[in-house]
Design a protein around this ligand. Structure first.
Ligand code: HEC
Length: 169
């Protein structure tokens, strides 16, 4: 019995170290996301990146939905569903909010998919709340758009302009 217990304890310890190392590795792979407002680090829970595309994006900053027709169709729907259309217009051509067609953006970093992700995720100083704040509870990170959905919205937005947003990633 004593040996079994020792083996069990050793196994648990090994498993714990293994899990810990994997978590560290996962964290190490995460891009550092920063707020568009002031460049301060954004803490986005790694588990929110819960699809292959979202995981790839978290690791590399590359949006693999660019040019993917299914993702683009879904992104267009989400743009309507989350009322982005109310401020940016049905075709993201600009209304009370600016056009999102680019290639020149108010926030230059929005020319990259990582930069635009940060802007959509956390909002701006000049009139846009996080994830279309007001429609959803910004204190609950699981409420509202998921990272995967933001990437699909970007894929649709990029169909209007001359850049993919992946040029630099
Ligand atoms: C209440 C109106 C409103 C809603 C809803 C809204 N936006 Fe905005 N958005 C704005 C305004 C105003 C700006 C300009 C903000 C600034 O200059 O700081 C902006 C800026 C942006 C930018 C940066 C553009 C640039 O030139 O850098 C992006 C990207 C964006 N919005 C995407 C979205 C998406 C995606 C949604 C839906 C999830 C959304 N917005 C919902 C009002 C809105």
């Amino acid at each position: 019995m004593r040996i079994n217990r020792t083996i069990l304890a050793a196994s648990i310890a090994t498993a714990a170290i293994f899990i810990h190392q994997n978590l560290m590795a996962a964290e190490g792979q995460m891009q550092q996301f920063v707020a568009t407002q002031d460049g301060s680090p954004l803490q986005i829970k790694p588990e929110l990146f819960d699809t292959p595309a979202a995981k790839e994006f978290a690791a590399t900053g590359k949006n693999t939905y660019i040019g993917n027709q299914d993702a683009i169709a879904r992104g267009k729907k989400l743009f309507q569903l989350y009322s982005c259309t109310q401020c940016h217009g049905g075709d993201a051509q600009g209304q009370t909010g600016p056009s999102l067609h680019g290639p020149n953006f108010h926030y230059a970093k929005d020319a990259t998919n990582k930069g635009m992700f940060e802007t959509i995720w956390h909002g701006t100083n000049g009139g846009m709340g996080a994830k279309g704040k007001g429609l959803m509870d910004p204190t609950d990170p699981t409420n509202g758009l998921t990272p995967d959905e933001v990437l699909k919205i970007e894929a649709w937005i990029r169909t209007h302009g001359s850049i993919t947003g992946n040029e630099k990633s």
